[in-house]
Design a protein around this ligand. Sequence first.
Ligand SMILES: *Cc1c(COP(=O)(O)O)cnc(C)c1O
Length: 376
Amino acid sequence: MIPFNKAVYLPAAFEHVADVVKSSKIAGDGKYTKLCSEWMEKRFCAKKVLMTTSCTAALEMTAILLNIQPGDEIIMPSYTFVSTANAFVLHGAKCVFVDIRPDTMNIDEKLIEKAITEKTKAIVVVHYAGVACEMDTIMEISKKYNIPVIEDAAQGVMASYKGRALGTIGDFGCYSFHETKNYTMGEGGALVINNEDYLERAEIIREKGTNRSKFYRGEIDKYTWVDIGSSFLPSEFNVSYLYGQLQMADEINNNRIESWRFYYDGLKKLENKGIVELPKVPSECIHNAHMFYLKWKNVEQRSDFIDYMKGKEISCVFHYVPLHSSFGGNKYGRMYEKDRFTTAESERLVRLPMFYKMKKEECEYIIESIINFSNT
Ligand SMILES: *Cc1c(COP(=O)(O)O)cnc(C)c1O
C-alpha cells in the first residue's frame, strides 16, 4: 500500500534526541527549543517564535492573549480543522463561518468585511495546502476595523505570500509540527508573534502564568505568578526531533515540490479535458507542497475514486467536513450568509499521497491509476 503520509525521518534525529537524553535537560526551553525558534525567526524574518505543544495550543494562546470572552465573534472559514474554532469557543466565543473561494479553498476575502459586527474580536485565516490567503486585502480590513488577524499556518511552514513567510503577516501565526505536516516533532507547533504588544504576555501565558522566561534571562531575581496561563511549552525530546529537519528544510521542501510538480504535469491533460480540477496557486503565492489534491465532479465520483485507488493499493483521502455542518459547528457557530462553495467544493476534493522522498515510480503508478480510473 502506498500510504497517504509518511512522517519525515532523518538519521540526525537519533543524534539530537540522544543528546537530550545524555544532557538530562529534558524539560522545555532548553538548547533545541532555542535552536529551533531562532532558526525560524531568522529564516522567516519573524519577530518572535515560541515553540508550543501543538498548533492547537498556539491558537489557544492567541485566544487568551486577545482576552476572548463569551459573546465575542470570531470570523473564520468553515472549511478547516476543528482546532481553529475550538481555541476560541473554549473561551465562549461564537464562530462566524465565511465561505471559501473555490480556486484556493481559502476564506473569501471579499466577504470578510460584511461579516464584521461590533462583536468581532478576531479574523482567523487558514492557508489551505500551504497556499496563502489574499493577505493584502485581509490586512487592510484588519487595519480599517482594528481587528487582529491570526494566521492558522499549520500547513504553511516554508510557504510565502509576496515574499513574506506565512505566519509572519498577521498579528499572530500558528504552525503545526504534527506527524502529518511537512516538518514534524510528533506533536508540536509554534506561535509566531508579529505584533510586539503581545510579546511579554505571550511568554508569561506559555509558562503557566509566571514570569519565568524573564528569570531565565536574568532580568529578575525570582519568578512568580503574574497572569493566567498554562503549560504550552514542549519537551526537548520533541523539539530535538524537529531540529534536523529545519536544518534540511530546503532539501525537504524541494523534494516535496518535485513530487507535486510531477503530479501536476502528469495530470494536466486530464484537467485540460475537463475531467478533474488540479490545485490553483495564485501568482503571489509560493506554496510548500503540503498537499496535492484533485477535485472530481461530485461526492459520488470521489467515493468511487477512493475505492478504486484502494483496490490499486494507493491511499487517497478526503479532507474536512465543513465545521458549520457538524454538531459542534451548529452549536458554537453559524454560517455567514450563503454556503456557495464550502460544502460543494469540499465534497469533490480528494488528497493524493504526499510525503518526503516519494519515489518517482510511486508517483508514476499513482498518475497511471488515476488516468485508468478516468477511463472507466
Ligand atoms: C494540522 C492542523 C491544525 C492542528 O495542528 P496540531 O499541531 O495537531 O494542533 C490546525 N489547523 C490546521 C489548518 C491544520 O492543518
